[in-house]
Write a protein that binds this ligand. Sequence first.
Ligand code: BGC
Length: 375
Amino acid sequence: MKKVWKSLSLFLVVTLLAGMLAACNSGEQVGDSGASDSGVSVGIVLPTKDEPRWVQDEQRFKDALADSDYTTEILFSQGSSAKEKENVETLISKGIKVLIIAPHDGAAAGAAVEAAKQEGITVIAYDRLITETDAVDYYVTFDSIAVGMAQAQYLVDNAQGTNVPLYLYAGAASDNNAFLFFEGAWSVLQPKIADGTFVIANSSEAVTLQDKAELSRDEMGKILGQVTTNWDPSEAINKAQTHLTAVSEDMKGSVAILAPNDGTARSIADTFVSDNVITDFTITGQDAEKASIQYIIDGKQSMTVFKDVRTLVKDAMGMAIDILDGNTPETTGSYNNGKTDVKAKQTDVIVVEQENVKMELIDSEYYEASEFTGL
Ligand code: BGC
C-alpha cells in the first residue's frame, strides 16, 4: 500500500511539473532566441490615463496584441515619475526582455530606464524621447517637427489681412515633444510675424525673440515658460483667461491660436468663445481625439493633426519582436537626446479638418461614423 502511494505521489509530482512547464511555455511563444521563462516578455509603460490620447494607445496595443502569442503588460504612470519607476521595476521583476515606454517626464525617466538597462533589457522610447541618458536603445515616433509645422501652416493659410493677433500655447517643458512641436511651428510662423501677417498677443519672450528664425532650446524654454499648458486642459483655461484679460481690444477680433494638442485646444477654444470681443478664431490641435473630431464637425475647433496610433503600435511591437527574435530592428534616422543619438523610426502625420474628416478617420476605419453626430 505504501509503495502504491509513493509511486502515485511521484506520478502526481511529475504530472504537475510537466503541466507547469507547459503553462510557462504556452505564453512565451516568441521564437527560439526570444523565448523567456518568465511571465511577461514585453513591458509597456504609458504616461497617464487622464488623457484620451494615451487610453487610445492602450486600446490600440490591445487590438494589435489580441491574436498574438507575445505576453505583454501595460502599466500607466498617472503623471508621476516615481510611479513610472515603480512600474518599470514591477516589469523588470516579471522578467521582461523589452521595455516600451512613453515617459511622463523625459529627463526624469532616465533613472527608470537605466535600471532596466542594467538587467539587459532593450529600451524603446515610445512617442516621447527619454533625454540625457544612453540607456535608451530605440525611439518610435511621429514626425513631431512636422506636427508643429502643420499646425502653423494651417494658421498661415487661414489668416486674413495683416496684424492678426496670434496666441501661442505649448505643451509641458518636461516633454521633449513640446520643444519639437514648438520648433516646427516657429519655423513657419516666424517669417509671418516678421512680414506683419501676425502680431504676437500673449508672450513678451516671444516678442523679444520674434526676429530670430531659429531658436535655441533655452530660448524656446523661455517662451514655453510663459505659454505652457503643461498638457493640462485646466491650466490651458487659466492661461487663456489671463491672456484675454491682459490684452487690449486691438488684440481681439479675429485671431489665430496655436494650441499644442486637442485636450488643450478644446479648453482654449471654449474660453475664447466666451469672450465677447473675440469675433472668430482659427485654432489648431493634435491627436484626433474623438471629442475634438466632434468639435471639428461642429466648427468649434479648426483642425487637428492626426497621428495614426495603429502605425506607432505596429512599429513599436515590430521592433520588440525583432529584438526578441535576435534581429536588429530597422530604423530610419536618429534623434539626439542630449547624451547620445538614439536610432529612430518615424511616422508621418495627416492634417484633418472638416473637409477630410470623413475620409481620413471614418473611411480608414480609425473611428466609426456612429461615434459622431452631424458627419
Ligand atoms: C504627444 C501628444 C500628446 C501630448 C500630451 C505628447 O508627447 O506626442 O500626442 O497630446 O504629449 O499628452
